[in-house]
Design a protein. Structure first.
Length: 256
């Protein structure tokens, strides 16, 4: 389906894609984009049945934590996290891509960009509705992506992670970012997230933006222990998966 539609809609660029043949909860799993520059990129994808290429659809990229990387097993990201499924509740005309990369560093960041460019080029995508989230290690990867090509995205949700990317590049693009983490996250702590927020806030202030203007671009949401405890979760880091079900958080992302 993807390759046929791509031949109709794309710009004429030839992509080497091995399409998956199995599905998991509506996602076609174990697709591989053989990128000439960035190697083999594994991904799972949900394409609504209504998509026929005649009108632009939204696009959502969701990058998992360590437990969902490719070496953990095909579709483990979909089994472990709900972001890709819950996103469908906010827009039923949205393609959802769940990459399974190999790590959370530069190679994976570059592969994410390459895969995104493939979808933007091949499918009929509404460029004003391109969203992403990254959880844990996936957040580290997506922060690098946002420090390289933030202009490709409408908004980004950074969950239970730390920021490794170039904040100055992000500030120049003014791509909205929502940072959410537990106050006592067992893996990262909340200080790296608070520091990224403060640095990005300062960059926007230097640009001359008002507090109201900054608040439209940047949100810091630090959850205390009761947020997790009231939902029956004892681990604040593992509890970051709860954010997929939080209508305030996900509503912010898909409301941009």
């Amino acid at each position: 389906m993807g390759r046929e539609l791509g031949a109709i809609i794309g710009s004429g660029t030839t992509y080497n894609i091995d399409a998956g043949t199995e599905t998991y909860r509506g996602f076609v799993i174990e697709n591989v984009y053989h990128s000439q520059n960035d190697g083999d990129i594994h991904y799972n994808v949900y394409i609504p049945e209504s998509y026929d290429g005649s009108r632009p659809y939204a696009l959502f990229f969701t990058l998992p934590g360590y437990e969902g990387l490719y070496f953990q097993g095909v579709a483990r990201n979909l089994e472990a996290e709900a972001f890709g499924f819950e996103a469908q509740n906010y827009n039923d005309e949205m393609i959802v891509v769940a990459p399974q990369l190999s790590d959370w560093r530069e190679t994976s960041a570059n592969q994410t960009i390459a895969l995104l460019e493939y979808f933007l080029d091949t499918y009929n995508i509404d460029r004003d509705k391109v969203y992403a989230n990254g959880y844990s290690g996936g957040g580290e990867t997506m922060s690098l992506v946002m420090g390289k090509r933030p202009e490709l995205f409408t908004a980004y949700l950074h969950c239970s992670s730390q920021w490794d990317g170039d904040l100055e590049v992000l500030a120049e693009s003014r791509t909205p970012v929502y940072l959410v983490i537990g106050e006592d996250d067992e893996y990262y702590g909340s200080e790296p997230t608070k520091r990224a927020y403060n640095e990005l806030h300062a960059l926007y202030a230097t640009q001359g933006l008002s507090e109201d203007e900054i608040s439209q671009l940047l949100v810091l949401d630090v959850k205390d222990d009761s947020y997790f405890r009231d939902r029956g979760i004892t681990s604040q880091h593992g509890g970051g998966g709860l954010f997929a079900y939080d209508e305030e958080i996900m509503g912010w992302l898909f409301g941009k």
